[in-house]
Design a protein around this ligand. Structure first.
Ligand SMILES: *Cc1c(COP(=O)(O)O)cnc(C)c1O
Length: 383
């Protein structure tokens, strides 16, 4: 019945964990779920109110425009200028997305012919690989290793492979490793992409979820990046709006236009009222995001030392919602043992690719008191 493209999808490894979680709950275990990348905090009220108002505007009741409201795209451009010092033309360098996942999933259709090569990191957000495969392309894996601070080693890519590659997916601050990339890395990346004529699709949903005052970088801050790169961004993680489905792709106008062409043949844009609310989000006073960041910082500061005490090997992340801990064992077995002994659910690293084996991803998307309870259980596990 099914087409090869879905028959050949990798097995959904998280299904096993979901089942174990459900079984533990059925047995009455008080499960603390640190496996999801979905903020527990609600969307700030001024954004919800903006949606309420915008939902009443009949102009928002008709088909939205394919490329998104100019007012929303202008708000994205203003936000990029304010946060990163990057200037964007809202008309041609910003495209509204139904969440960044939608744009990521559709992008390879615009650039890959069957058999074309894409450079994809591992471990990684699974959408990069499946979207390449849906477009008929082939993924060439770039391992993200601890000894390289979870950055791809561009010099290790065979020049013959680099010449064949049409595009590259990357995301820093990184899910699942929690690693960040500095300007030096992005410079090297832009040089590499220009040398080999590779389109860089940089996914940056965690840029505002940073700690200890260590701001994140946009690839578009790098000179020459606009010749080869776009960046996917989203209100999901910054403003606790994962359910709203609103994002944007920005940067190189030809890449933006290519993604727009695919989209205009598949969807009919994002609900106008959601875009209006997105404007309210992007124009929030800085205190809104600072408050969210402060909550996450507290949770990271609590959970990080307890994992180190347990003998796990990990860096304190500069950004993201994740702690990526090396446990030196089968990640699925370890996750099961963790659930059995503590009632804590965390994600086995192998679910993000073969180079995630041996690691466990802990997410801080539970209320702070639940994180505290998790820390207490982890301390008991040790003794
Ligand atoms: C959460 C996440 C996204 C998806 O964000 P949406 O805008 O909600 O679709 C994209 N990439 C990575 C790496 C993520 O973790």
């Amino acid at each position: 019945m099914y087409a090869d493209r879905i028959k050949h999808l990798p097995p959904y490894l998280f299904a096993a964990i979901d089942k174990a979680k459900a079984e533990a709950r059925a047995k009455g275990v008080d499960v603390i779920d640190l496996s999801v990348g979905d903020p527990d905090l609600p969307t700030p009220p001024h954004i919800v109110e903006a949606l309420n108002r915008a939902a009443k505007n009949p102009q928002n009741h008709q088909y939205p425009s394919y490329e998104g409201k100019l007012s929303f795209r202008t708000a994205v451009a203003d936000w990029y200028r304010e946060i990163f010092g990057v200037k964007l033309l809202p008309e041609t360098e910003v495209l509204t997305l139904i969440g960044s996942k939608e744009g990521i999933a559709h992008a390879p259709l615009a650039f890959l012919n069957p058999g074309d090569l894409a450079l994809v990191p591992d471990p990684a957000y699974p959408v990069y690989r499946t979207s390449v495969s849906f477009a008929g392309g082939t993924s060439h894996i770039m391992p993200l290793l601890r000894e390289n601070r979870f950055l791809p080693d561009l010099s290790a890519i065979d020049p013959a492979v680099a010449r064949r590659a049409k595009l590259m997916f990357l995301d820093y601050p990184n899910n699942p490793t929690g690693a960040s990339a500095d300007r030096e890395f992005f410079k090297e990346l832009v040089d590499f992409a220009r040398e080999y004529d590779i389109l860089v699709l940089h996914d940056n949903p965690y840029s505002e979820v940073y700690y200890d005052g260590q701001r994140s970088v946009s690839i578009l801050e790098i000179e020459g990046a606009r010749d080869v790169a776009v960046e996917f961004h989203s209100v999901s993680k910054t403003y606790n709006m994962t359910g709203w489905r609103l994002g944007a792709v920005v940067g190189n106008p030809e890449i933006v236009a290519g993604i727009g062409k695919i989209k205009s043949n598949i969807d009919s844009g994002t609900f106008g009222a959601v875009q209006d609310a997105g404007i309210a989000a992007l124009q929030s006073p800085p205190s809104v995001v600072q408050d969210i960041r402060r909550i996450y910082q507290k949770r990271i500061d609590m959970l990080y030392p307890s994992l180190v005490d347990l003998g796990m090997v990990l860096e304190k992340p500069r950004a993201t919602l994740y702690l990526w801990a090396y446990v030196g064992a089968s990640s699925i077995d370890y996750a099961k043992r963790l659930l059995d002994q503590t009632g804590i659910v965390a994600t086995p690293g192998v679910g993000f690719g073969q180079y995630g084996e041996g690691y466990i991803r802990f997410s801080i998307t539970q209320p702070t008191e639940r994180i505290k309870a998790a820390v207490e259980r982890l301390q008991k596990m040790r003794t």
